[in-house]
Each structure stands twice: as C-alpha cells, then as structure tokens.
Design a protein around this ligand. Structure first.
Ligand code: SF4
Length: 383
C-alpha cells in the first residue's frame, strides 16, 4: 500500500505501478537516513505531480508481536512514540520521574534493558511506526526519555526527524530538558541546492550523500521548519525557565511550547523570555503553555496561585493555556481544618502557610477556578 502525502489517498501497489515515476527511493531505510530523496510521481487519485520527498510505502505491521501500545492517557497528546527510551535526571523536576519508574517495571521487556532499564536505548524497529498510522494523531515523541539527551547521536535524531517529515498527517511534539543540544542540532542544518532540484535542508551542511557528500537530508527549504513538528522545553521553576526558554526561542519551529510540569514554584514567563508585552499578541514567541502538578510516589504539591499566575500571563498574551491537572494534592480551605487533624502527616503539607492534603490525582482533578483549560495552538493548515 502507498499513501499520497498531498491528498492522503491510500492506494494499492497495482495502482501505483501505473503511476509515473522518475526515480523512487525504494528503500525506506535509506530515505529515513536521508540518503535518497529524489523522484516524482503522479498520484492516481488527485493527479497531482509530486517532486522530491513524497511517496511513502506502507508495510502494515503484523498482528500481535508484543508491541507496546502507543495510545496515551497524557491529556495533551493522543499517542506516544518512543524510538529511544531512557534518560538521566538533570534537574529538580526529574526527582520523581515517571519514565524512570515505568522503565523499572518494564525491565527486560519491550526493549528495556534488564540490568539498567533507564539507560538510553535505541529502538530502530520503532522508527517506522508513525508511517503506519492512518488517522491524524497528536504524538508526544520520546515520552519515556529525551531525544536530545547527550547519549543520542545526531545521526539518530536525523532518522527520527525524517520519519516526522514523511508522516505529515500527524503532529509531533518534542519536549526536552536539553535545549542546548536541540539548538546544536538545528545549527548544524543548512540549506543546499543544485541542478534546479529545489533547496534542501542538510544536516552536516554541504552535499547530501546522494550527491557524493556527507550531509543528511532532513527537509526542504520551502517546508522548513517542519509545520507538523512542535518543539518545547520543560520548565519546572523560574530558574529552569530562565535557562531553557531563551534557548528554545533561538530555534526555528512551527510552534514553540513550554511545559511547566511538575510545577514546583512560581514562574514569570516574560522574565524568562526576555521580552515585554506591549500589545495584545506580542508575546508571540511562545505558542503554548502546559501546566501540571506532580503525580505518583513522592509527588510535591502545587500552589494554586502559581497556576493562576501562569494562566493570567497566557491570557494577557493570547497564548493558549492547557491545565493538565493538580497532581496528587489539593489545598485545604481555611475553614475546613479537619483534614489536617484527621490525616497522617505524610498526607499533609504546607507551602507559604497554605495547607495541602494528599487526595490523589483523580480527586484533585483538573479544574482551575472551576474551569477546564484545554487550549491548544492551531495546527498548520497544510502540514
Ligand atoms: S529529563 Fe525527563 S525523562 Fe529524563 S529523567 Fe528528567 S523527567 Fe525523566
């Protein structure tokens, strides 16, 4: 089966046999590596002529096979995709890392090493997964690790990038605590063109491999940055926001977002971004803000005023705001003191004189001042 990236028609191999093809990179692996990219064809459905990076062959996976499910309960994504797993804690937000906890449970299964399940591990067999998904998905990339971890070679990042480039139907959200490494990768991508083939974005600069050079094709200049890839940083407190957001703002992206999760302190986004709001919409450089509390064993409480402040900042700047949840804790209303006396000490906490009670994620819920905040940035019209 083949899918046309323009009209999304899925056609049988027979239909495509009748299509005009000048050159077709027939080896998906080579295309993902960025070694092959040049051909054109006429789509039997929409009759459009496609040049360059287009047709994708779908080899539907066999049933079963012990595949890990890609659907997710994460409120701001529909699916996850983990071509790498594993990571190393880098800051306060990592203290109770969900991915580390889950990796332990999965040790020895689904490609997680038995001896050290949270070691950075590559899963090249998962690279093609998004190319098999037919309906559009909102995909959290590397939910069980960090794609820009120092142990992930840039070559592998290029392969992940090329899959996102071809899987145009889907929106990919990349979240990192290593924005410097993300910036380094982008700084190594340069425009190249020859023989009227159009301009390509080449990782490593110079000629691509198909022209005798060492560069890896990661996109076309006219479609750069990729419209279906959103880039974000995690900022759990003001210090991390100040460190990471200015780096994110130097990276070209269709959408940039900040995930404040787990929220461990108040954050002034304007201070972090180094810009001022002078008019509606001037915030502009950040396209989305996600806020959430911490869940699981050891979870820390989130003060409601921290979340309110971020919501208000986003509203003032017309930045979509997504409130994920409160985490495990809720504050105790001053008039309801009984929790404090009837609960064991590990279920009580205070922040700045405000008392909190550990009620569990479900009871704590996800309403902020009685309202659900489920705002998203708009997807690009032509992914
Ligand atoms: S960066 Fe993310 S995945 Fe890595 S240890 Fe920290 S919380 Fe876990």
């Amino acid at each position: 089966m083949f899918v046309c990236p323009e009209c999304s028609a899925v056609n049988s191999a027979d239909a495509w046999n009748g299509a005009t093809r000048e050159y077709y990179g027939d080896n998906m692996e080579e295309i993902i590596k960025g070694n092959k990219d040049f051909y054109y064809f006429i789509c039997p459905e929409c009759k459009g002529k496609m040049e360059g990076e287009n047709i994708i062959e779908l080899k539907f996976p066999e049933k079963g096979g012990g595949k890990i499910m890609s659907k997710t309960k994460i409120e701001w994504a529909t699916h996850t995709w983990n071509p790498i797993t594993g990571c190393t804690p880098v800051s306060e937000g990592c203290q109770n890392c969900y991915a580390a906890r889950m990796s332990k449970r999965l040790a020895g299964r689904y490609g997680y090493p038995e001896d050290n399940p949270f070691r950075v591990t590559f899963h090249p067999e998962r690279l093609e997964e998004p190319l098999h998904w037919r309906k559009p998905r909102m995909v959290f990339v590397c939910s069980m690790g960090d794609l820009f971890h120092e142990d992930v070679p840039f070559d592998f990042i290029c392969k992940v990038w090329n899959v996102m480039r071809y899987a145009r139907n889907h929106t990919f959200m990349l979240l990192t605590k290593h924005p410097k490494r993300m910036l380094e990768w982008f700084q190594a991508v340069q425009e190249w063109s020859e023989y009227g083939q159009g301009s390509y974005m080449i990782f490593g600069g110079g000629k691509p491999k198909s022209y005798g050079g060492d560069g890896i094709i990661v996109g076309k200049a006219k479609r750069w940055p990729l419209p279906n890839v959103w880039l974000g940083v995690t900022a759990e407190n003001q210090q991390r926001a100040d460190e990471r957001i200015p780096i994110l703002l130097q990276i070209p992206a269709a959408k940039r977002f900040v995930s404040v999760e787990p929220m461990l302190g108040p954050i002034d986004l304007i201070q972090s971004a180094g810009i001022e709001i002078t008019d509606v919409g001037t915030f502009g450089l950040i396209d989305w803000c996600i806020v959430g509390g911490e869940t699981g064993p050891g979870a820390r409480p989130m003060h409601p005023d921290w979340a309110r402040s971020l919501r208000d900042q986003c509203q003032a700047a017309w930045v979509p705001f997504f409130f994920k949840n409160w985490g495990e804790w809720l504050w105790v209303h001053p008039e309801r003191k009984r929790h404090e006396y009837s609960s064991p000490p590990e279920k009580c906490s205070t922040i700045g004189g405000m008392r909190f009670y550990r009620v569990g994620k479900k009871r704590a819920g996800r309403l902020l001042d009685g309202q659900a905040w489920d705002q998203f940035p708009e997807r690009s019209d032509s992914p």
